[in-house]
Design a protein around this ligand. Structure first.
Ligand SMILES: *[C@@H]1O[C@H](CO)[C@@H](O)[C@H](O)[C@H]1NC(C)=O
Ligand SMILES: *[C@@H]1O[C@H](CO)[C@@H](O)[C@H](O)[C@H]1NC(C)=O
Ligand SMILES: *[C@@H]1O[C@H](CO)[C@@H](O)[C@H](O)[C@H]1NC(C)=O
Ligand SMILES: *[C@@H]1O[C@H](CO)[C@@H](O)[C@H](O)[C@H]1NC(C)=O
Ligand SMILES: *[C@@H]1O[C@H](CO)[C@@H](O)[C@H](O)[C@H]1NC(C)=O
Ligand SMILES: *[C@@H]1O[C@H](CO)[C@@H](O)[C@H](O)[C@H]1NC(C)=O
Ligand SMILES: *[C@@H]1O[C@H](CO)[C@@H](O)[C@H](O)[C@H]1NC(C)=O
Ligand SMILES: *[C@@H]1O[C@H](CO)[C@@H](O)[C@H](O)[C@H]1NC(C)=O
Ligand SMILES: *[C@@H]1O[C@H](CO)[C@@H](O)[C@H](O)[C@H]1NC(C)=O
Ligand SMILES: *[C@@H]1O[C@H](CO)[C@@H](O)[C@H](O)[C@H]1NC(C)=O
Length: 877
């Protein structure tokens, strides 16, 4: 019947070229169309926007038809065929509970040149929808169904049933809302969709807002039927909304006394049908005229007598399914006694019920297994469609519970042994809540064994053998009834003895605290002694510059620093007229210079528009000149002459840390052990500023660009004390102004406007994160700390570490450094360690790293030999 009605396949002969409009929710896929070629395009006859199917299927190959005797439209020219795998599926996003018109179209067109027409099955999820037999329907066919998806993803699968290769030409989905074509059970396969007109073209989008195809039904008009039509507009507004053009025509029996009869053959007495008949009065009735008729189906009343409304639709719908005896269904419209006119019929839809009894696999399981598939990039041809059902097509490596056909199956075992998995154990596994067996053995999985595995109630066997997991096995997995196999993971800790410091809290043992307290005391004593000694031997140093307001004091200090003062002409000479630029700092340009033709210096020329007076400048310089520490860049002298302000520093030939991390300017990438040493050097310099010098100082602009390296890669902190009063671009001195560099700036600084030593610790933490990860401090998406936090959840340090390190570092030292950096960068200043605590922790990292290197002698030939300096007391020179 489907054939003799000759429905579908008919993109032809739609008259108007309509504009694509309001194709809301339509999915129109031209299968096999390359995504880059003309996708999407507007189909000529319908104005429908067709696009490539590439995004909706992972398998299959594309072909082009060679023969086109029917003159098929563009969507049929390309096709996708499936030489590999048994089941290949399209995966479409739909709205669960809504009715969809789904149409799949198939045209062979001898695309492969073998003239071998295929026969295969079409599935909706786990259920057979249709058998597509192009050996009989040689010119192609289409399957058309009204279906309510039971989940938000719809799988349309082509299943190989013999030797031939399945193919598909076009796939179309039209959402129809949820209030029409309601069945008691099952979906509706199109049997016939007709409008009653002697002749006429097929009606499709956009005549039909849902893109149903209506075929004119002309055969019986010769004798039995008479056509009536109108040119007036007919209202089609109800939930079925057949095309207005369909309603403009109707059939009436030629013999006005006879019923209007439609018959169709029914394959078996079990076949069930749903009918939708559409009526509208399109004749101009006289006042004494009535058109009233009964509708009988198989001789039984299908509906109360109806009187079609003038130029307005009435739809009579099946509320339950109908079966037909004796191989035939009969629909009759019979006029009532009082009717003066014969019955009429404008349009009729007949659908056959198809049951989809097999429940789809539990939706949460499906989402989880697809997530796992995506995480590991598993490209198994068999992993398509429903994971568990039908049973003969179950995904490799799965086993499912199939209680009965109407209960959604659950995944109960997952075997991804020897599947080349890399990365962490996927978090999505925890959503497979009924999982009993998990086999991930013989892969290259890294990271830690996640705790959630211990919380999965049904899980009784976990095989993680032969991977590269590390860390400690969580307590939750050491329980009765759980068999855990982990052999062949050399870096995995099997006992508590190798427990690494907990991640959240900064691990400062009481011992360390005591030690640092002792250091503080030692420092204080040291400096009291130093100051005493100096103040008795060196004039003028007993007053801090900030307090030196009296001219006499100023004169005294000035006089004593005279030797450090350079004339502008000397500056010109030493820099050879500012010939070689070293860089641009926050406070001005930096030039290379030479003093006495031998000592190299860096000359920082300060902004001339600085409103600062000589007195303040002098005070600052005085202070800086007194700060001496092997890890602070020392100030050699200064220049103050009219508008010319300059600071002359010792020169560090290896540039700054930033360059060495980025590899910019031809700088070498430094290895992990040197990074740790640099971190320690910088920490020592900062600690000195915080507690070692008088008055204590806050750097306020710690960043990688401010950590300079000497020829032995010893690090020295630069630009300290400057932000205190030297400004860029003539801003006036104001301690409440925000200083520092975005990304490095303490988040607590904004609310409180106070910069304390802990703000430097924050910035230092960011520097440390940069040294560990080599990620940008601020990218479009993330701050570096957020980036690390997001990666930390996955527990794999190799993803966090700078790839330039090529994995050459001790994992323990890397973890510790990372924990340290994260505790420094804690948003809450009270949770950050002091610089002294930082130094303790870094020393531990260095010990770990050194022990790794001693175990692998000669492994890194470029390694510098790090001798750990155990005296962490800030040193004055
Ligand atoms: C297929 O198309 C050809 C040419 O249009 C026609 O002669 C033939 O009858 C068609 N076959 C079927 C089964 O429709
Ligand atoms: C149909 O959908 C609407 C909203 O989209 C919802 O409120 C209504 O309950 C649904 N009706 C049925 C029968 O599912
Ligand atoms: C209805 O009225 C028209 C005139 O208005 C008349 O010609 C016709 O015969 C009447 N039909 C019937 C059935 O009474
Ligand atoms: C209609 O006419 C038939 C006979 O032609 C009669 O049996 C039936 O009772 C009538 N129905 C009504 C409602 O008058
Ligand atoms: C799958 O599980 C069932 C029990 O649920 C078991 O009988 C069957 O052997 C299992 N199949 C495989 C391949 O493990
Ligand atoms: C399937 O199982 C459910 C509950 O386990 C039960 O309610 C239902 O009747 C069963 N259906 C069939 C067809 O056995
Ligand atoms: C997983 O599959 C491999 C073969 O692919 C098999 O050797 C192994 O026993 C399976 N594991 C489980 C738990 O069934
Ligand atoms: C587990 O499933 C829930 C609900 O479907 C989802 O919100 C959550 O993100 C899933 N978890 C993982 C780790 O995929
Ligand atoms: C792990 O990866 C390495 C290379 O990265 C490879 O040589 C090895 O075969 C992989 N092991 C497994 C079990 O897949
Ligand atoms: C776990 O995996 C290893 C490696 O594939 C295998 O030798 C061992 O038999 C597995 N154990 C179980 C219980 O499946």
């Amino acid at each position: 019947m489907k054939n003799c009605f000759g429905i579908l396949l008919a993109l032809i002969a739609i008259i108007h070229i309509v504009r694509a409009q309001d194709q809301q929710g339509f999915i129109s896929l031209d299968c096999g169309l390359p995504a880059n070629e003309l996708s999407p395009y507007e189909e000529t006859f319908t104005g429908l926007r067709f696009s490539s199917d590439e995004k909706f299927i992972r398998s299959g190959k594309t072909g082009k038809i060679r023969e086109n005797p029917e003159g098929y439209a563009k969507p049929y020219e390309t096709l996708r065929y499936f030489p590999d795998g048994i089941r290949n599926c399209y995966n479409l996003n739909v709205e669960k509970g809504s009715t969809y018109l789904i149409v799949a179209r198939f045209v062979y067109g001898n695309y492969d040149g073998f003239d071998l027409k295929p026969k295969f099955d079409l599935y909706l999820g786990p259920n057979l929808w249709a058998t597509v037999d192009l050996q009989i329907l040689v010119n192609g066919t289409a399957e058309d169904i009204l279906h309510v998806p039971t989940s938000n993803s719809l799988q349309i699968c082509l299943v190989k049933t013999g030797e031939t290769t399945p193919l598909i030409s076009a796939l179309e989905l039209r959402p129809m809302g949820n209030d029409s074509y309601i069945t008691q059970s099952g979906s509706l396969i199109l049997f016939s969709r007709r409008y009653l007109s002697k002749s006429g073209s097929d009606l499709r989008y956009n005549k039909d807002v849902y893109d149903r195809i209506w075929v004119s039904y002309g055969a019986r008009f010769q004798t039995e039927w008479t056509q009536i039509s109108t040119t007036l507009e007919v209202n089609n507004a109800n939930k079925y909304a057949p095309p207005k053009d369909a309603l403009k025509n109707a059939a009436t029996p030629t013999n006005a006394g006879s019923p209007l009869t439609i018959k169709w053959p029914s394959g078996s007495p079990q076949d069930q049908y749903y009918l939708y008949a559409h009526f509208a009065e399109i004749e101009n009735l006289q006042a004494n005229d009535t058109r009233e008729f009964n509708i009988l189906l198989n001789g039984e009343v299908f509906s109360e007598p109806i009187i079609p409304k003038k130029l307005d639709i009435t739809t009579i719908q099946s509320l339950t399914s109908t079966t037909c005896q004796e191989g035939e269904c009969i629909l009759q419209l019979t006029r009532t006694n009082r009717s003066t006119l014969p019955p009429l019929l404008n349009a009729l839809e007949i659908y056959a019920v198809i049951q989809f009894p097999q429940a789809e696999t539990n939706e949460i399981d499906v989402v989880a297994i697809k997530n796992i598939q995506a995480t590991y990039g598993l490209n198994r041809i068999n992993w398509q469609g429903d994971p568990c059902v039908p049973q003969q097509l179950i995904w490799d490596g799965l086993n499912c519970s199939n209680t009965n056909i109407s209960t959604p199956p659950r995944i109960i075992s997952l075997n991804l042994s020897s599947s080349g998995l890399t990365g962490n154990i996927a978090a999505a596994i925890q959503n497979l809540t009924q999982l009993e067996k998990l086999d991930l053995s013989n892969n290259n999985l890294t990271g830690v064994v996640p705790e959630f595995l211990g919380n999965m109630k049904s899980l009784s066997v976990i095989n993680l053998s032969g991977n590269n997991l590390n860390g400690l096995i969580p307590q939750a997995l050491r329980k009765e009834g759980l068999e855990l196999l982990v052999e062949g993971n050399p870096r995995l800790c099997l006992s508590d003895s190798c427990r690494k410091p907990s991640k959240k809290k900064f691990p400062v043992a009481i011992v360390a605290a005591v030690a640092s307290a002792a250091i503080v005391i030692a420092v204080l004593i040291f400096f009291i002694v130093l100051r005493k000694r100096k103040s008795t031997t060196v004039e003028g140093l007993h007053l801090t510059p900030r307090l030196s307001t009296s001219t006499s004091t100023e004169n005294v200090t000035f006089a004593n620093k005279k030797s450090k003062r350079f004339k502008y002409s000397e500056v010109l000479k030493m820099t050879n007229n500012f010939q070689r630029v070293l860089g641009k700092g926050g406070f001005g340009m930096v030039y290379h210079g030479t003093v006495n033709g031998a000592v190299q210096v860096a000359v920082k020329v300060l902004s001339q528009s600085s409103t600062q007076g000589y007195k303040e400048f002098k005070a600052e310089v005085d202070l800086l000149l007194r700060v001496h520490h092997t890890n602070l860049v020392s100030l050699v002298g200064y220049c103050y002459e009219g508008d010319h302000l300059g600071l002359i520093y010792e020169f560090l030939p290896n540039g700054d840390l930033k360059q060495h991390l980025s590899g910019k300017g031809g700088k070498s990438i430094i290895n992990w052990s040197i990074r740790l040493q640099i971190a320690l050097d910088a920490a020592l310099g900062l600690e000195y500023l915080h507690i070692g010098c008088t008055p204590p100082m806050v750097h306020r602009d710690i960043k990688t660009a401010n950590i300079l390296l000497d020829k032995n890669f010893k690090a020295k902190v630069a630009d300290f004390g400057l932000s205190r009063s030297f400004r860029v671009g003539g801003e006036s001195y104001d301690s409440t102004l925000i200083v520092g560099t975005p990304g490095y700036l303490d988040p607590e600084y904004y609310p409180t406007s106070r910069l304390a030593a802990k703000s430097d610790v924050y910035s230092y933490g960011i520097v440390l994160l940069e040294m560990i990860t080599n990620q940008p401090v601020i990218s479009e998406k993330y701050h570096i700390a957020e980036w690390v936090r997001s990666k930390l959840n996955r527990g794999d340090i190799t993803e966090i570490m700078d790839p330039n390190l090529h994995g050459v570092y001790d994992f323990n030292s890397a973890w510790r450094a990372l924990e340290l950096a994260m505790s420094c960068a804690d948003p809450s200043s009270s949770k950050r360690p002091t610089m002294s605590q930082v130094i303790n922790a870094l020393e531990e990292c260095i010990v770990c790293e050194n022990s790794r290197m001693s175990k692998n002698p000669g492994f890194e030939s470029q390694d510098m030999n790090i001798s750990l300096d155990t005296s962490v007391v800030p040193r004055a020179r």
